[in-house]
Every structure is written in C-alpha cells, then in structure tokens.
Ligand binder design. Structure first.
Ligand SMILES: NC(=O)c1ccc[n+]([C@@H]2O[C@H](COP(=O)([O-])OP(=O)(O)OC[C@H]3O[C@@H](n4cnc5c(N)ncnc54)[C@H](O)[C@@H]3O)[C@@H](O)[C@H]2O)c1
Length: 312
C-alpha cells in the first residue's frame, strides 16, 4: 500500500480519485486551495465523505505559495490534478491559468525532487491537441486556447524534470469527463440544470460537435492503472477517453429523455477555443495499461442526472 498525494482533491475528478485510492487501502494526502472558480460549498460537498476517513489527511494549501515539502513528505505517488480548468475563462483571466497550471506545477515538481517519489502522475487534457483531438498521442500538439497552452506547458515541465533529474512521470490526457460532481461550469451539468428549471440552454455552434465522453469512474480507473502498471507507464503519455463519441445534439436528446423535460435552446456561434471533434484514440492505454472504459453513455448520464436531482 502506498502513501499518495492527490492535488485538486476537493475537485470533481480529484475527490473521486481519493475515494478510489482509499477503497484500495492506500493512504491519501489531499491538497486543494478551493480556488473560487466555482463555489467553495460545492467543493466542500465533494470532500464530505472523505474528511472523516482515517487514512485521509487534507491540507488546504495553494501550490503557488505554500511551503510544499512538509506537506508532501513521505508521499510515494503524486497524482497532480490541481489546475484551473475550463476554456472560456482562460481568455479573460490568463494570469490565474498561468500561475495555477504552470507555476503551480513547477513548484510541485520541485517538491517532488526532495520526496521519496516512485511516480508522478500528471493529469493533462485533450485540449493540448487543439481544435480536433482524434488521433493517437503522437499527433501534433497545437493547443488553441490559453487553457490548452498552459496545460501543454505543464506537460513539458514534467518532461524537462524527467530529462534533467530523472522524474519518474506518467501523463494522462483526459477527454471530457462527466458524471456525479461534474463541475457546474461544464456543459452537461448546465444542460441538466436548465432542463430541471425550464431555463434556456445555449448551444454554441450547430450542435454537431462531438465529444469522447469519459465517465468519471472510467477516468479514475485509468488513473489507478497508471500506478498499478507502473513499469509500463513510466515516461509515457496516454489518451484517456470513453468509448462512446456522440454529438451535443444527441446528448441533448438523451438528457431530454432521462429528465422527461424538453430543452429550450438558444443557438450562438462557436466560441473561441471551442474544440470541434474529440475522439480519444486509447489504443496505447488499452495495450500498455489494460485500460477498458466500461460505462455506457446512457448509464453515465443517468447517474449524473440522479446526482443533480439531489441538488435541485
Ligand atoms: N473535467 C474534465 O472534463 C477534464 C478534462 C480534461 C482534463 N481535466 C483535468 O483534470 C484535472 C481535474 O479537473 P476537474 O474537472 O476535476 O476540475 P476541478 O476544478 O473540479 O478540480 C481542480 C481542483 O484544483 C484546485 N486547484 C486549482 N489551482 C490550485 C492551486 N494553485 N493550488 C491548489 N489547488 C488548486 C481547485 O481548487 C479545484 O478544486 C485538471 O487538471 C483538468 O485540467 C479535466
């Protein structure tokens, strides 16, 4: 059993990862700064089931400023999920993305040099590819949003620390994660909320843009595999996506059926930085890690709708 650090532990994916690690008997040190991109009470809710667990310790700390060495001491595996996510805000608040995603990562990498580290698992995104993300990991990296650019810089920092100081890293590029606790700024969360309240949902573009939807438990399973298949994962970068690639229009129809409500839609032009098609090529993760997403989109959306019903 390992002592694991999870940064971004109060976030959507991070909180699920902490629960999965504890369920496997690992010890977890969670770290989060409660960046108010979405409300702190939502993040406290994500942590609610974790706080009292005996093998879980939580530090409220900002990667940009905290003295990290004492917080990460003794952690053998780092899972680095803390970041400023979301495309749109990255156009208007670049310093926040630059500092959290680049400077924060660099400070964590420095702290890793003094820790007894077995593996640094860095969570990246399909946004590093750019407008289309439909090929394997060797595809050109042409991010076209400030968010994607900061996430690519963070990846490159991991590679630089590996080349110069032997950092044992693995990079996972998640594709559109959804499910219970999905961030309130994300499309499906907003759409379900609008369906419940009879509010208008804005579709940017023609709705035919596609996403490689990844159920949160599948993203977490891939993240655990990166640790469990360490020898195969070291020094590698993997796409992590779900198996079902569907258009936004199709998801709207599925959610109408699941909620029993008809969507009120407003159409707007695509926003700068919006990806057109993402279709995770996960052949490498399947081959080297044994990754196999198991949750159908219908099952995953049903779980997210059920969770959001409890918030309404
Ligand atoms: N959700 C997705 O669809 C998706 C897709 C691709 C990649 N990712 C990546 O997965 C990771 C988790 O995303 P999420 O959707 O769970 O986001 P989230 O916002 O719910 O979680 C991120 C957490 O990081 C914390 N954080 C940010 N900056 C910090 C700092 N300087 N110090 C300490 N904590 C800080 C935030 O407070 C937040 O709780 C991110 O790295 C994101 O880029 C997510």
């Amino acid at each position: 059993m390992s002592r694991c650090l999870v940064t971004g532990a109060a976030g959507f994916v991070g909180s699920h990862l902490c629960e999965a690690l504890l369920a496997r008997g690992h010890e977890v040190v969670g770290l989060d700064a409660f960046i108010p991109y979405y409300p702190r009470p939502v993040k406290e809710g994500n942590l609610a089931g974790l706080r009292a667990r005996p093998r879980f310790t939580f530090h409220e700390a900002d990667l940009r400023t905290a003295e990290l060495a004492p917080l990460v001491a003794g952690c053998e595996v780092f899972f680095h999920l803390a970041a400023m996510p979301g495309l749109m805000k990255s156009w208007t608040d670049f310093p926040l993305y630059e500092t959290c995603n680049i400077a924060g990562t660099q400070r964590l990498l420095e702290s890793a040099r003094t820790a007894r580290l077995r593996q640094f698992i860095h969570i990246s995104t399909s946004s590093v590819y750019g407008r289309e993300a439909t090929q394997g990991e060797e595809a050109p990296l042409q991010p076209f949003s400030p968010y994607g650019i900061t996430k690519l810089a963070a990846e490159q920092l991991c590679r630089a620390y590996a080349a110069n100081f032997g950092l044992p890293f693995t990079i996972l590029r998640y594709f559109s994660v959804y499910g219970p606790r999905q961030r309130p700024d994300m499309g499906y969360h907003k759409l379900i909320n609008d369906l419940f309240r009879g509010q208008t949902f804005t579709v940017f573009g023609d709705g035919e843009q596609t996403r490689s939807n990844t159920y949160v438990a599948d993203a977490v399973a891939a993240t655990l595999l990166a640790m469990e298949q360490r020898d195969a994962a070291l020094g590698e970068t993997f796409n992590i996506g779900g198996g079902e690639i569907v258009s936004l229009n199709r998801v709207i129809a599925m959610l109408e059926e699941l909620t029993g409500q008809q969507a009120r839609l407003e159409r707007q032009p695509p926003r700068p930085g919006d990806q057109r098609h993402t279709a995770a090529n996960t052949e490498k993760a399947r081959r080297l890690l044994g990754y196999q997403p198991v949750t159908s989109l219908a099952t995953g959306l049903r779980a997210q709708v059920a969770w959001q019903r409890t918030l309404a």
